[in-house]
Design a protein around this ligand. Sequence first.
Ligand SMILES: C[S@@+](CC[C@H](N)C(=O)[O-])C[C@H]1O[C@@H](n2cnc3c(N)ncnc32)[C@H](O)[C@@H]1O
Length: 254
Amino acid sequence: MITAGAKPVGAADEAQAARAVQQMFDSIAPRYDLLNHVLSANVDRYWWNKTARQFKAVLADPDAAVLDICCGTGDMTMALLKQRPRGARPIIAADFARGMLSRGAKKFSYEHEDKPYAVALEADALHLPLRTASLDLVVTAFGFRNLANYEAGLREFARVLKPGGQLGILDFAEPGGLLGKAYAVYFRRVLPGIGRLICGKDGPYSYLPASVEKFPPPAQMLEMMRVNGYAECAWKPYTFGIAGLYTGLRSSGE
Ligand SMILES: C[S@@+](CC[C@H](N)C(=O)[O-])C[C@H]1O[C@@H](n2cnc3c(N)ncnc32)[C@H](O)[C@@H]1O
């Protein structure tokens, strides 16, 4: 069976793919932050902050309802919180891997005076326990690529967004040209080796390059967004196209 999303080795269908992804993230959760910063030389922090700044206007509205889906250990959430005013409505930070989410919650769920904070929600991105047309902004960082069905993910985000609500998907991409070739060597050969060394497991960091390879390129992803409920779809490459941010507005009248 062909899955329309992530497919870790051995997963026969979408349910198995989702379970494998969940177990994998739970298993690497204790080392996730360290690995992330080592493997990206801290560039990930720059990407999270740049993404959050992209949504500055909506985040500045204290009543805006915001979801960070696939929040993991919460660094995207923390970047979003920096753009929230004091006393703002809490961000909903959701993930289906409890090991990742509980680490995130330690960073973002403080309730201290009127400092902006987030609430942790254990939930599957493809079946969000949230009301239809209830959100102003949905953001996901390095999570979308792991969904077992990309189109189902886009439709579910469109369901929970208000018409005109904004979507931001930050994820890896495959740069072209000479840089792309050099990066491919790092990504496919060096990175899995470092990952294995730090977390003592083979699977997760071999899965990473495989999942990026399977992820649709920008033109295809933008078309998928258009047919699944979004207007004004755009892709902005970050750091020579190693990563990039997809943005779109929930179309009205669908
Ligand atoms: C690579 S981590 C990214 C975490 C964080 N957003 C960041 O930027 O570091 C991907 C996260 O997506 C979560 N995830 C993958 N598929 C999911 C799904 N269907 N529902 C909820 N979370 C999911 C995983 O559990 C994992 O925590």
